[in-house]
Design a protein around this ligand. Structure first.
Ligand SMILES: Cc1cc2nc3c(=O)[nH]c(=O)nc-3n(C[C@H](O)[C@H](O)[C@H](O)COP(=O)(O)OP(=O)(O)OC[C@H]3O[C@@H](n4cnc5c(N)ncnc54)[C@H](O)[C@@H]3O)c2cc1C
Length: 374
């Protein structure tokens, strides 16, 4: 079997197929979690809070067990359990539904009023926040390192890894690797933001690739209140214009990003320099919510891309006409944490024909970009 794409989705699919005893070749044009891949960032948040979309809470939970196992076996940590705090201006359905789902699944979720938030995280300014939801079991995944570790283990466990550009061949069982044909019983295309280029007619108007900007800020020298031991990962609904960020993991600095979908972006040619407007927005938000960061220098910027499906649901399906070919992607800015479960679902579809939930089907992917999964 061949898996094209060594991002988090492809790497976990290859891993699960190997666990099933299959011969697997994992192919990537640039390397596992490379600089242009969506999985190529420093860190990604793992959380179970998903409003009414319980399916993702369950997937995040199951995936977290895999991530923790991988982290325990890795020389350096892959998962930092610093917890995740959601801040709300007012009670909204998303919060109400998240509380109900966590109660149903018996998952810890602390509800804190403004006074409790202020007492617990004095480095944050909670003006305008009426309450918070805190998930203590979740936290940050060291994204690039995790995928590299996974691929190294895949190879150590007998998998084959090949660097090549792949293009679909004449049929679903053939793929062209740098122009040379290779056949396999199944070929999974886990090409992230490149999927619309690999299958332009089918996915060109169903996967919306958007530019997303990330910044790191140096906390005050000698101040440990921005370390993972003192600050959780956080997300602020901010009246619908959501910002999120991480404590300073491994000395990299406080990380902040805006979740609102940016402009259309080409993963090959897009300009990966931060925009002045984007940097200013991140600065303003950081200064307001984290007063001690005011005036502290930016230490790094990253421009990455989300590969959004119409509503934020993943794509895990067979190719509709090329028997033997499979489509995997649509991570939509929240896929990383789910890599283990997404990979398991794809591997079970390939190996046993077990179809995942209908919301992951190609048929549900519309051509109008209207996000509903948050
Ligand atoms: C800024 C940012 C913040 C995010 N934050 C979070 C978060 O906090 N939590 C979370 O869970 N998720 C988050 N995400 C989303 C998550 O990172 C993605 O959903 C996930 O990484 C997608 O993985 P993938 O394997 O589908 O794609 P990718 O990681 O892009 O992997 C695709 C791979 O396919 C290869 N490829 C493509 N075409 C070809 C070809 N023709 N031949 C050979 N190889 C090919 C590429 O080189 C690449 O390595 C974030 C994303 C971004 C951009």
């Amino acid at each position: 079997m061949i898996v094209v794409g060594a991002g988090v989705f492809g790497a976990w699919t290859a891993t699960h197929l190997r666990r099933m005893g299959k011969r697997v070749v994992l192919v990537d044009q640039m390397g596992p979690a490379n600089a242009r891949a969506s999985s190529g960032g420093e860190s990604r948040m793992a959380r179970g809070t998903y409003g009414r979309d319980e399916i993702y809470t369950r997937m995040a939970l199951a995936s977290l067990e895999e991530w923790k196992r991988l982290s325990e076996r890795s020389a350096l940590p892959l998962f930092h359990r610093h917890g995740v705090l959601f801040c709300f201006q007012e009670m909204i359905d998303y919060a109400r539904d998240s509380i109900a789902v966590h109660e149903r699944l018996n998952l810890p979720l602390e509800q804190l009023d403004t006074a409790a938030l202020r007492a617990r995280w004095p480095q944050m300014n909670f003006d305008g926040i009426s309450f918070g939801l805190f998930e203590p079991e979740f936290g940050g995944l060291m994204a690039r390192r995790s995928v590299e570790e996974l691929v190294a283990r895949f190879v150590a466990g007998g998998g084959e890894y090949v660097v090549a550009h792949a293009a679909p061949g004449a049929d679903g069982h053939t793929v062209e690797l740098d122009g040379a044909s290779r056949n396999a019983a199944a070929i999974v295309y886990a090409c992230g933001p490149w999927l619309p280029k690999v299958f332009p007619e089918m996915l060109g108007d169903r996967i919306f690739v958007t530019r997303q900007e990330v910044a790191f800020i140096a906390p005050p020298d000698g101040d440990d209140s921005f370390e993972a031991s003192h600050l959780p990962g956080w997300a602020d609904f901010n009246g619908g214009d959501l910002y999120y960020g991480f404590p300073s993991l491994e000395g990299r600095g406080f990380k902040i990003a805006r979740d609102t979908h940016g402009a259309v972006f080409d993963p090959d040619t897009g300009d990966r320099r931060i925009s002045e407007d984007g940097a200013a927005l991140l600065r303003t938000f950081a200064d307001r919510r984290f007063p001690a960061l005011a005036g502290r220098p930016f230490t790094e910027f990253r421009v990455c891309q989300y590969e959004n499906s119409s509503n934020g649901d993943f794509l895990i399906d067979r190719h509709p006409t090329m028997e033997g070919a499979y489509l995997l992607g649509g991570g939509s800015g929240h896929g990383f944490k789910h890599g283990p479960e997404v990979g398991r679902m794809m591997a079970e579809l390939v190996a046993n024909g077990t179809a995942p939930d209908a919301r992951f089907s190609l048929a549900t992917k519309a051509t109008v970009h209207h996000r509903t999964v948050l």
